[in-house]
Design a protein around this ligand. Structure first.
Ligand code: HEC
Length: 167
């Protein structure tokens, strides 16, 4: 074992250590690079939020929880829908009394009262034309008697009541 030999050994050993250290650093950077290209796995909160976003617009509800959800949805739909007068009632007499009678009872502005003489000539137009005129308005008669939230069927029911009530 010469001193020369020892020195040679230490030199190679040191080189090996340095090489290993460089290799370690290289491995660290390669690993970080690969990690950056991979898709990150989602947290549970993210997954839940995503599933809520892609929920279907309509659903089938069952049980008490479902009933509550369905009721809430129905109420929201009802609030969004345009209101129909008198909750859609087709009671012609009731609608006449509350809306049409204001003019037709007293004959205001030339509105024909519920007496046959006032309807001479008008009846010739036929029931359907009278209904159409009541819906669209004619001369001083405002469309739907001024109640735009009356449906066509409700106006027709009032006209039918009026024609049936002619004396
Ligand atoms: C603001 C007063 C007023 C109200 C309210 C009113 N009317 Fe009239 N209506 C008139 C007048 C005025 C006429 C006559 C129009 C004409 O022929 O010149 C008339 C005419 C009519 C006629 C005959 C139309 C024709 O072609 O001869 C019908 C049917 C009629 N009204 C139905 C109704 C009904 C149904 C209602 C309630 C939903 C109603 N009216 C509410 C004023 C009114």
């Amino acid at each position: 074992m010469s001193e020369q030999h020892d020195r040679e050994f230490i030199k190679r050993f040191s080189l090996t250590l340095v090489a290993l250290m460089v290799f370690t650093v290289v491995i660290i950077f390669v690993a970080r690079g690969i990690h950056g290209t991979m898709e990150r796995s989602e947290s549970q909160a993210r997954t839940v939020a995503k599933q809520e976003r892609i929920l279907p617009v309509a659903g089938v509800y069952a049980g008490d929880t479902g009933r509550a959800a369905a009721q809430a949805a129905a109420e929201a739909a009802r609030a969004a829908a345009p209101a129909v007068a008198f909750e859609g009632s087709l009671d012609g007499q009731m609608i006449y009394d509350r809306v049409c009678g204001t003019c037709h009872n007293a004959g205001a502005a030339g509105a024909p009262q519920l007496i046959a003489a006032a309807w001479d000539g008008r009846l010739d137009k036929g029931r359907d034309q009278l209904v159409a005129n009541a819906i669209n308005g004619i001369n001083a008669m405002p469309a739907r008697g001024g109640r735009m939230d009356l449906s066509d069927e409700q106006v027709a029911a009032s006209v039918d009541y009026m024609l049936g009530a002619l004396e």
